[in-house]
Write a protein that binds this ligand. Structure first.
Ligand code: ATP
Ligand code: MG
Length: 369
């Protein structure tokens, strides 16, 4: 199981002192993403809603070919914006410097267990961007955010030649001094939280009552901050006191307040759509205007979304996040070391469907990918 927005299995609780190096160098937050070319396999599974019409007309063999072509052609793994300065590539996002602002471009890369996988999920970057935009608006009265515009027509002229790559999957944002603390809210027990609870009766060092199960609702929402390991690859859970030591008591209190307030609003909205927001991760930054919500928000990459109607504590929950991909990777017994495997076409398709469904359920709108 995993941590929200953090590729699981590696998150650990530590009281190590925070190092300046962890925060100062934006480059250190990035590593060179080296997604392999999609390796596509010739079989299909029957979960192919988006091209069902084509399926009716094609025999299995030609359909498999069509699906291979489709994945190959439409997953954007790396952006190329000519001479626009590339600041770095995160696991999912490419970050460019534009006119004193930042251009965040969500690619179709997918990571799991801290590795970028060999296959992309076509349209994923668009879905993540559109979900974040939806939440930024819904949360605007609670916290200001980094968005300048996501309308490519309003982008600076130097980006015009790249409108096709950027449409729908990019945001021009205010450059913020990012807090070197990932702000996690947990409303339910899952992933490494569940494992820690089994061993110690705690989650991130916070004592919990006896008798909770995998998937149980927590008595109250927990703020469980984390910071990046020195190599920028793994997240390490830290205590509230360590958070205070890193960002100062005043900002720590504000980050906790904002995290819990946003979680409450978002969980309420999700519930109204039949979805449980089990946990999620936020990143905040500071600009001249104060603390703002940055990065991506409340996406299936950064959150656990569970099917409300099917919720039953006592095991893994049906979800609209990338748990499905992690489950697949566990099933093939990948050792979680590089090189990361590619995904078979049916896993790519099913994952895409889950992201599309998350968008549809959360926003009430449909999305073309
Ligand atoms: N407004 C902003 N100003 C400065 N940096 C930002 C802003 N918004 C997001 N970022 C940074 O941009 C990067 C986005 O890259 P990406 O989402 O691929 O993340 P990552 O850090 O590699 O992986 P993960 O999300 O799994 O932790 C992050 O380092 C994030 O902190
Ligand atoms: Mg990120």
């Amino acid at each position: 199981m995993t941590e929200p927005g953090r590729d699981d299995g590696h998150t650990s609780f530590s009281h190590r002192k925070y190092s300046q190096n962890d925060s100062e160098n934006l480059g250190a937050r990035f590593r060179s993403a080296r997604p392999n070319a999609n390796r596509l396999r010739a079989h299909e599974t029957g979960r192919l809603g988006l091209i069902d019409k084509a399926r009716l007309r094609l025999d299995n063999r030609s359909f498999s070919f069509l699906m291979k072509e489709r994945n190959f052609l439409s997953a954007l793994l790396n952006t190329q914006l000519g001479t626009v300065p590339l600041l770095g590539r995160g696991k999912v996002r490419d970050l460019y410097a534009v006119d004193g602002a930042l251009l965040l471009v969500a690619t179709d890369r997918i990571s799991a267990f801290d590795h970028v996988l060999g296959s992309g999920i076509p349209g994923k970057g668009k879905i993540l961007t559109q979900i974040s935009l939806f939440w930024f608006e819904l949360l605007a009265d609670i916290v200001p955010n980094h968005l300048i515009t996501a309308d490519v027509h309003e982008y600076p002229a130097e980006l015009k030649p790249f409108a096709d790559q950027l449409e729908g999957r990019s945001m021009l944002v205010k450059k913020a001094g990012m807090f070197p603390v990932e702000c996690v809210a947990r409303g339910y027990l899952a992933g490494s939280g569940w494992k820690e609870y089994c061993s110690f009766g705690t989650v991130c060092g916070i004592s919990l009552p006896e008798g909770l199960q995998d998937g149980s609702r927590l008595p109250e929402t927990l703020f469980t901050p984390a910071t990046k390991s020195r190599d920028g690859m793994h997240d390490i859970n830290i205590s509230y006191e360590e958070t205070e030591a890193i960002v100062g008591p005043e900002d720590a209190a504000e980050l906790r307040r904002l995290t819990l307030a946003i979680y409450k609003r978002a969980a309420g909205h999700a519930e109204s759509r039949g979805i449980i927001l089990a946990d999620t991760k936020f990143e905040f930054g500071r600009t001249g205007q104060g603390i703002i919500l940055a990065d991506e928000v409340l996406t299936p990459d950064s959150s656990r979304f569970w099917e409300g109607a099917a919720w039953k504590p006592g095991g893994p929950q049906p979800s609209f996040d990338k748990q499905y991909v992690r489950d697949y990777l566990e099933s093939i017994h990948w050792n979680k070391q590089a090189p990361a495997p590619s995904l078979p076409p049916e896993v790519v398709e099913r994952t895409q469907q889950k992201y599309v469904e998350a968008y549809r359920r959360l926003t009430g709108q449909s999305i073309e990918v």
